[in-house]
Design a protein around this ligand. Structure first.
Ligand SMILES: *[C@@H]1O[C@H](CO)[C@@H](O)[C@H](O)[C@H]1NC(C)=O
Ligand SMILES: *[C@@H]1O[C@H](CO)[C@@H](O)[C@H](O)[C@H]1NC(C)=O
Ligand SMILES: *[C@@H]1O[C@H](CO)[C@@H](O)[C@H](O)[C@H]1NC(C)=O
Ligand SMILES: *[C@@H]1O[C@H](CO)[C@@H](O)[C@H](O)[C@H]1NC(C)=O
Ligand SMILES: *[C@@H]1O[C@H](CO)[C@@H](O)[C@H](O)[C@H]1NC(C)=O
Length: 405
């Protein structure tokens, strides 16, 4: 017992002497690790039973990726975070899917292996750490695209009529017909080929041989179309408005956390907020920040947002770790700001993608063509209905924003 006590004192002293960091708060958003396909096409020779846990489940490779990411995070934030798990410092929120919950756990195993004193079973290099979630139907923070928004559906319909989408379809017509015939799908469109690519990609990763029609060129063309489907989700057409209805919600939550950490009167002890989610979550956030590189985020990729303090002023830095073989994550900067962006400037530049009244914005705007519409439009302009609408914040939104910030 005495030797344990001495080690604790030593670790504590070390972290104090290392305390020159200006870091105040970090938001971590990552995608789950390698998994089996989530679904497949009718003619696929590999069926759900060919995967150890069925479709959509985290693989051993995926666990390893997250264990490694957890080690990277602890190494990067050593001296900022206590080396031992401290419940006041870190909060982990996941979507309610097996693969994201398990990724968070594998990640935490890499971040916080217990030292000898913390081991509850001698020799077991693991300790339980809570991962929080809400049922998928109630998740309006991480499960993008949120389906509860008619205006967003309308914008996606308009996106499919845009020149760039029509052009993409036209340029790939023969290819899509070939894919449809080989896969046995009823239809193959630009935005539905992603799961064909995904199934083939997972099969290849797991040493399964691919059908003859899947040449490297076919894979490449599928990849281009698949990435395009990520680009149109929150970008390409009406990007700002799509982001207000989707990723702006998560960005708003993150900005609230940063602001709370920068508040001089804060009693907040929280240093790190971790979100365990999906490629679409990363794309939703990066499109809202206008830093998306147009490529589907790989397994276990991670978007970091750091709040720094220097001489009393606060600034925000962002990094994207999408490749564990590259030693440093890519620095990302908000368009119009330097990589170390003053917090107030960061807020000003993102103001347009933060929804003010999302319920209202999600309603489909009627053309004010007949007299009734003109009248209701006038009433709206005069603001008579405003307070009522503001009060109509849905349960879902209230749950979202009752998270710790
Ligand atoms: C998660 O795992 C449970 C069994 O533990 C299974 O019944 C369920 O279908 C899985 N759900 C998802 C979304 O992967
Ligand atoms: C979007 O398009 C679908 C299919 O064409 C249609 O059923 C739906 O009503 C449209 N939704 C909106 C909100 O425009
Ligand atoms: C349509 O596709 C052609 C051929 O790829 C390309 O040259 C052109 O720029 C595209 N136009 C639009 C509006 O995307
Ligand atoms: C990772 O992101 C960088 C910067 O956006 C990009 O250049 C690179 O191609 C990406 N790599 C992967 C594997 O997605
Ligand atoms: C902070 O203060 C130091 C010393 O006064 C100065 O060298 C440095 O440039 C300042 N940094 C900022 C961001 O103002």
């Amino acid at each position: 017992m005495d030797s344990c006590f001495l080690i604790v004192v030593f670790v504590f002293a070390f972290s104090l002497s290392n305390g020159e960091s200006t870091l105040k708060f970090v938001s971590v958003l990552y995608r789950h690790g390698d998994r089996s396909p989530t679904e497949t096409y009718p003619n696929d020779p590999y069926k759900e039973s060919d995967w150890p846990q069925g479709f959509g489940q985290l693989s051993k490779e995926g666990m390893k990726q997250h264990y490694e990411l957890g080690q990277f995070l602890m190494e990067r934030y050593k001296g900022f975070l206590s080396e031992s798990y401290n419940q006041h410092e870190i909060f982990i929120r996941s979507t309610d899917l097996n693969r994201t919950l398990m990724s968070a756990q594998a990640n935490l195993a890499g971040m916080f292996p217990p030292d000898r004193c913390e081991e509850f079973i001698p020799g077991l290099k693991w300790q339980p750490i809570p991962v929080h979630t809400v049922p998928e139907a109630m998740d309006c923070l991480l499960s993008f695209p949120l389906r509860d928004c008619p205006r967003y559906t309308q914008l996606m319909n308009e996106t499919e009529k845009s020149d760039i989408f029509q052009n993409m379809t036209k340029n790939n017509r023969e290819f899509l017909e070939m894919v449809r015939d080989k896969t046995g799908l009823d239809t193959a469109s630009v935005d539905s080929v992603w799961f064909v690519y995904d199934a083939l990609f997972c099969e290849k990763n797991h040493g399964k041989s691919l059908p003859d029609w899947v040449t490297p060129d076919v894979m490449e063309q599928l990849k281009v179309l698949k990435d395009f489907s990520y680009q149109i989700m929150f970008g390409v057409y009406a990007q700002k408005e799509k982001c207000r209805l989707q990723g702006g919600l998560l960005l708003n939550q993150i900005i609230q956390s940063l602001s709370a950490a920068a508040d001089p009167h804060t009693k907040q002890q929280l240093k790190m907020m971790v979100y365990s989610a999906h490629d679409t979550t990363i794309v939703a956030l990066q499109e809202a920040l206008n830093v998306f590189n147009g490529l589907q985020p790989p397994f276990a990729s991670c978007h970091l947002i750091e709040l720094h303090q220097e001489n009393g002023t606060f600034s925000v830095e962002m990094f994207y770790r999408n490749d564990s073989t590259v030693s440093e994550p890519y620095a990302e900067s908000l368009p119009g700001c330097s990589q170390r962006c003053p917090l107030e400037e960061f807020k000003r530049l993102t103001r347009d993608v933060i929804p003010q009244d999302r319920n209202k914005e999600c309603q489909i705007k009627k053309e004010a063509s007949d007299a009734e519409d003109v009248k209701s439009k006038l009433v709206r302009i005069l603001g008579r209905t405003r307070s009522k609408q503001v009060n109509e914040m849905s349960d879902c939104m209230q749950r979202c924003f009752s998270l710790p910030v």
